[in-house]
Design a protein. Structure first.
Ligand code: 26V
Length: 819
């Protein structure tokens, strides 16, 4: 017999049989002792079988045509759950629903058995997950590379209104979606010293290093509408080789396992500091371990093609998701000159033609820098290479543009501070052939500000824009079945799921009474679903007829959740002054917050506590009743977002202009028929362009005005807005608890402490909120706007983003298996 893996049959009976077989032989269960978790696992394993076959086929297909491979390097993949997504991708959801009924379960309940794979902080990690989905769906040869953290993003509990972190032990359950690949492993070195030797072409060797074995785990990425399957290859340390037999034999058991523990710790936890560079040694080691294994794997696969090094960049593209994998540039250069006997220039040519770099933030505190002494200790050879890269770069600059010392020190990869620091973004720019921002306004800003000197050196064409996008498979089709049915009916088939511009056909039905009613009903049903979720998670009863006003994202001063809650207090004050009749006449609102704060971010944590204190007072005020409710949903994560996003009437994206690189949830909310209230920032700008300026509620100062307003706050402050003053007075009266506790929030929202211009934008924010209320009272106009916006979001699918990357940066064509 010949071993050939086969596409597993698709009919219900065959599926049921394979579920029984997994239950019996993989999990040792029979129908009488199968619980929900077992049923989920048994079913998931049959899907896993189907994905594996397709993964193999996809791989052989691309190898057979020598397709260029995109290696999307990201320290984070915020995948969420896979089960429902995979059933939809395979087109087998109905069959699986029937199978779970036969087993005595409701498919929806089994879906809730799955733990999120939360290997990311927020926007950047979720974007990476959307991108691998789109690469697979669009038939590109793209893989994600990342780390297999044992503990993902911490779980957030709210205790007495405060955030409390708990570890995310997501690996406690079996994970049907990963394939351990012990045969794919590489050695990664740390520490040691550099010796001058004639034995290598570069004249250097790296000696006395500590070595770890790093092993691959593959996570297939199910793709909708194609047989191509993508892959995320995650690295983990192998500890078994590190067992110290000598110590073991001497009875020193803790000593015998010491190295194993040290290795294991490398991939223990995801750093939870979104937008904050902590500069920790363990983080640098994580980055290098990830980078080294990935580059070795890329080289290994390249060598299998038998092609000469000169063709490397025709077969390999490496995209750096922010600076976190930037050491890859030094690692590839090191391998080429130290191990592959290549000249510096030939190697550097290969490196710069292969790498490209995406920037995701301009916040200064997020920009990665590593102290030179730390890097010298952990990665002595890389530090030497980085100094050489810098030397040749500065020499080139000196020759091509006559420049002053000042200019050279400003663009130097090495910052002359004490100690010196390696500026990772600068290394990424110098080592890449393209640099991109993630929305037009952001790409313009980085060229004009943090990277402006590099535009002078390399010319403007090296800097491009690729506006972010989101996958419509998860963020419409999966999370909003009601809306999906309406789109499918309008388009005539499901082709919109991977051809999202087709959703524009919805616009033709904007005057169709029956359609409008169903559009509204879908939203109401999603709001009811969220109301149930709120009841279950917070114990608060909310009325789903109220306007749902949602702000969910990481808690950060620049995102201005503080302005939102100050606005809520203003609303509360206003309502309190009214007669009961007047109050009942107001638009009823449920204001919903969710999001995690970095554990050491004092102000962000205080904002969470403050929101909960305000919520306590408002929700228990008999005068207010259902007219206003405030909710903080704990533990925001991908699977919570799938319930929250489809239920918004309004969502808020209100960062200080120029600070939010793009935002991606803004796109998801509008696709799901929600309107947005936002500043002229990030992708809000392009959303407004697509749906029409008058369709979304925009307010606030513009990015180019921010510096001047900051300056004025410091030196020539205007008198405080009366409404904001009244809000402060309410806080100071003590109704929300000890005013001293919240005083830091008062101090950072006006005057010289108001770095994010809360006090400057507050008045226009309240006006925009009034406009929201006015429109909501006019239900027919609201529905019209909602349909028009929803239908005009074609640009924001990540399929379009990926096609932009493919055409403008990677230079690749799609190719389908069995095409
Ligand atoms: C930085 C660091 C520093 C080291 C510790 C861990 C860590 C984690 C994340 C970051 C940078 C995060 C940058 C980021 O997430 N940017 C977001 O990227 C989204 C996708 O492009 C974009 O939509 C958001 O506007 C942007 O804030």
């Amino acid at each position: 017999a010949k071993f050939v893996s086969q596409e597993v049959p698709r009919d219900e009976v065959s599926i049921l049989n394979s579920v029984f077989s997994h239950l019996a032989y993989t999990f040792h269960k029979n129908p009488s002792n199968t619980e929900a978790m077992d049923a989920y696992n048994g079913i998931a394993f049959t899907i896993r079988d189907r994905l594996l076959k397709r993964l193999e086929d996809t791989d052989s297909h691309f190898i057979s045509i020598n397709a260029k491979r995109i290696n999307y390097m990201s320290m984070e993949f915020l995948i969420g759950r896979t089960f429902d997504n995979a059933m939809l991708a395979l087109g087998l959801r109905k069959e699986y629903s029937a199978v779970s009924n036969t087993l005595g379960f409701n498919l929806e309940d089994l879906i809730d058995e799955e733990r999120d794979a939360a290997l990311g902080n927020g926007g950047l990690g979720r974007l990476a997950a959307c991108f691998v989905d789109s690469m697979a769906c669009c038939n590109y040869n793209g893989w994600g590379y990342g780390l297999r953290y044992r503990y993902g993003m911490f779980q957030q509990q709210i205790i007495n209104g405060y955030q409390v972190e708990a570890p995310d032990c997501w690996m406690d359950n079996p994970n049907p979606w990963e394939f351990p690949r012990p045969e794919i492993s590489y050695k990664v070195k740390f520490y040691g010293n550099i010796a001058k030797t004639p034995s290598t072409s570069s004249g250097y060797t790296w000696e006395n290093a500590v070595e770890y074995d790093v092993m691959a785990f593959d996570t297939p990425v199910p793709a909708f509408g194609t047989k191509n399957v993508g892959n995320i290859r995650l690295w983990s340390c192998k500890t078994n080789d590190l067992f110290d037999l000598n110590r073991f034999n001497a009875g020193d058991y803790p000593g015998a396992t010491g190295n194993m523990v040290a290795a294991d710790i490398l991939t223990y936890v995801l750093y939870p500091n979104d937008n904050q560079n902590a500069g920790k040694e363990l983080r640098l080691k994580q980055e290098y371990m990830f980078v080294s294994a990935t580059i070795q794997d890329i080289i290994h696969r390249f060598k299998l093609t038998g092609k000469p090094w000169s063709e490397f960049h025709e077969l390999v593209a490496i995209q750096l998701n922010d600076t976190h994998p930037t050491l890859g540039i030094a690692e590839l250069q090191r391998i080429l000159v130290d191990e592959e006997a290549m000249s510096w220039d030939a190697a550097w040519d290969i490196v710069t033609k292969s790498f490209a770099f995406t920037n995701h933030t301009i916040l200064p505190e997020a920009l990665e820098k590593w102290p030179v002494p730390m890097m010298g200790k952990i990665l002595p050879r890389h530090l030497g290479i980085i100094f050489d890269i810098n030397l040749f770069f500065l020499q080139h600059v000196e020759k091509s543009i006559p420049s002053e010392r000042e200019f050279l020190s400003r663009i130097s990869i090495i910052e002359e501070s004490s100690p010196q620091q390696v500026r990772m973004a600068y290394l990424a720019i110098v080592g890449s052939h393209r640099v991109n921002g993630v929305a037009q306004i952001h790409s313009d800003i980085i060229k004009a500000t943090i990277f402006s000197e590099f535009v002078k050196v390399f010319g403007s064409d090296k800097f491009v824009n690729v506006t972010n996008g989101v996958t419509t498979r998860r963020w419409v089709n999966q999370c909003n079945p009601g809306l999906s049915a309406l789109i499918t009916e309008t388009v005539g088939d499901e082709s919109w799921v991977d051809d999202y511009p087709k959703a524009h056909l919805l616009e033709s039905r904007v005057n169709d009474e029956d359609f409008r009613k169903r559009w509204w009903d879908v939203k109401q049903a999603n709001k009811l679903r969220l109301a149930t979720y709120i009841k279950d998670t917070c114990g608060i009863t909310v009325n789903h007829d109220a306007l749902f006003d949602i702000q969910v994202k990481r808690i950060h001063e620049y995102k201005r959740q503080l302005m939102n809650i100050l606005g809520v207090i203003h609303r509360y004050n206003t309502l309190k002054k009214m007669t009961p009749e007047q109050r009942q006449d107001q638009v009823h609102r449920v204001i919903i917050f969710a999001g995690k704060s970095a554990s050491g971010y004092y102000i962000a944590k205080l904002i969470i506590k403050f929101i909960n204190s305000v919520a306590d007072v408002v929700n228990n005020d008999k005068d207010i009743g259902d007219v206003l409710k405030v909710v903080f949903i704990p533990d925001y994560c991908v699977s919570a977002a799938e319930v929250i996003v489809p239920a918004s009437d309004i969502s808020q994206h209100i960062s200080t202009a120029g600070t939010e690189a793009s935002g991606t949830s803004n796109m998801k909310f509008v696709m799901n028929g929600g309107l947005i209230l936002g500043t002229v920032d990030g992708a809000n700008v392009e959303i407004a362009e697509e749906v029409g300026d008058d369709q979304i509620f925009m307010f606030g100062v513009l990015a180019h005005e921010v510096d001047e307003f900051r300056f004025n706050l410091r030196y020539h402050p205007d008198p405080l807005d009366a409404n904001l003053q009244a809000v402060y007075d309410t806080i100071k009266s003590g109704v929300f608890g000890n005013p001293d506790e919240f005083n830091p929030l008062v101090e950072c929202s006006h005057g010289p402490g108001d770095n994010y211009l809360v006090s400057v934008d507050f008045a226009s924010y309240l006006m925009a909120q009034d406009a929201v209320d006015a429109l909501y009272k006019d239900r027919e106009s609201w529905i019209t706007k909602s349909i028009l916006c929803g239908s005009r979001m074609g640009k924001f699918t990540s399929d379009r983003s990926i096609t932009d990357y493919a055409e403008n940066i990677w230079n690749i064509e799609p190719s389908a298996v069995d095409a």
